[in-house]
Design a binder for this molecule. Structure first.
Ligand code: FE
Length: 212
């Protein structure tokens, strides 16, 4: 068996022993860093918990619901998202400069980071795996309608698709269209209609029938 791996005794090729599953690789890396005293596992868990549970798409949904309910708030949000989000206590890493783009019957907005995986963490939490995938990053700009179709989204012919490429400096949040039939709902009920992908532009928001 030794012939299978000529580097098996070479510490510089330790990565050859890492498990192929990314989750296991992360765990292995975390174990090494912890053993060497370079990271505190409790601090790591806290960071993950914050972005997974405390900060997450529910923040973005709160912003969207408020914009749907309050035209003056929406105007300010579109003009200066940083200021408005700060007033709502939504700020932090990976969201230093935010821009909100509004979906209309004429224009559908979609967000990508073609370079890596820049994403507005304070409003959407941890990015989903598909957002970071090579396929999404390459195809979102080249064939956005096909990508949308893969997500089950078909837009009217006349709707223009606009793709926003995130950078380290600017993070985008899509303000989806308020679904038909949602008149009269309060902000909390509206927020419950807003899913994460609709704020990246790969889903639409809808009002489930039969809930009125
Ligand atoms: Fe990036």
């Amino acid at each position: 068996m030794a012939h299978d791996n000529p580097h098996s005794d070479d510490p510089h090729h330790a990565h050859a022993h890492l498990p192929p599953d990314p989750a296991l690789r992360v765990k292995a890396l975390e174990t090494i860093l912890t053993k060497r005293g370079l990271v505190d596992p409790a601090a790591l868990d806290e960071i993950i918990d914050i972005y997974q549970n405390k900060i997450g798409p529910q923040n973005g949904a709160r912003v969207v619901a408020k914009a749907w309910s309050d035209p003056e708030f929406k105007a300010r949000l579109l003009a200066d998202a940083d200021q408005v989000l700060r007033e709502m206590d939504i700020y932090g890493r990976q969201g230093e400069h935010m821009v909100v783009v509004e979906n209309t019957p004429e224009t559908h907005n979609m967000v990508v980071c073609t370079l890596c995986s820049c994403y507005p963490w304070p409003v959407l939490g941890i990015p989903p795996a598909w957002y970071k995938s090579d396929a999404y990053r390459a195809r979102a700009v080249r064939e956005p309608r096909k990508v949308l179709a893969d997500f089950g989204v078909t837009l009217p012919e006349g709707t223009k698709v606009r793709v926003w490429d995130s950078t380290a400096e600017v993070r985008y949040l899509v303000l989806p269209m308020r679904p038909e039939g949602s008149d009269g709902l309060d902000e909390a009920a509206l927020a419950a209609l807003v899913n994460r992908d609709s704020m990246v532009g790969t889903a639409l928001t809808s009002f489930p029938e039969g809930t009125v």
